[in-house]
Write a protein that binds this ligand. Structure first.
Ligand code: HEC
Length: 120
């Protein structure tokens, strides 16, 4: 399992070209998912990050990076932001804003015709 994860990380780092892909790579390699979830859905009291405003998310991350937290709970985030560059934050917040759950996206069958005679 660890080998597969490593392989996956190497693979994504080589092909991490778009800001979205780079953000995804950073999200996984920094273990952000441990608290915010694999689908950015949030866990318990840890907030969800999927499809949230890029400006606000990057404001928060830079705020934490400057050792600023408004609550005790937020202090937890400081350590996770110290190693992030401005570019990293840009990529991460693009990933959050544009996040698409691939499994859900693939489960929609848009070939299905919704119009008809209503079965009457
Ligand atoms: C140990 C758990 C933990 C990890 C790991 C973690 N976070 Fe957080 N994160 C938190 C907590 C706690 C908050 C603050 C929630 C609150 O405001 O009460 C937070 C808040 C945030 C916010 C602000 C959300 C908001 O609604 O204001 C962002 C953005 C964020 N985290 C991104 C990240 C990124 C990116 C990583 C990885 C580099 C990461 N987090 C890793 C626990 C974690």
């Amino acid at each position: 399992m660890r080998f597969i994860l490593l392989l996956f990380l190497t693979f994504t780092s080589i092909f991490a070209e778009t800001s979205y892909e780079k953000g995804k790579y950073l999200y996984i390699s920094n273990a952000c998912y441990a608290c915010h979830g694999h689908k950015l859905e949030g866990i318990h009291r840890y907030p969800h990050l999927a499809n949230r405003a890029k400006g606000y998310m990057s404001y928060k991350l830079k705020h934490f990076r400057e050792h600023k937290a408004d609550t005790q709970q937020q202090e937890m985030m400081i350590d996770f932001t110290l190693g992030l560059s401005d570019d990293d934050i840009d990529d991460l917040t693009t990933y959050f804003r544009d996040y698409i759950d691939v499994e859900i996206a693939e489960s929609y069958d848009d070939s299905y015709e919704t119009h008809g005679d209503g079965g009457s």
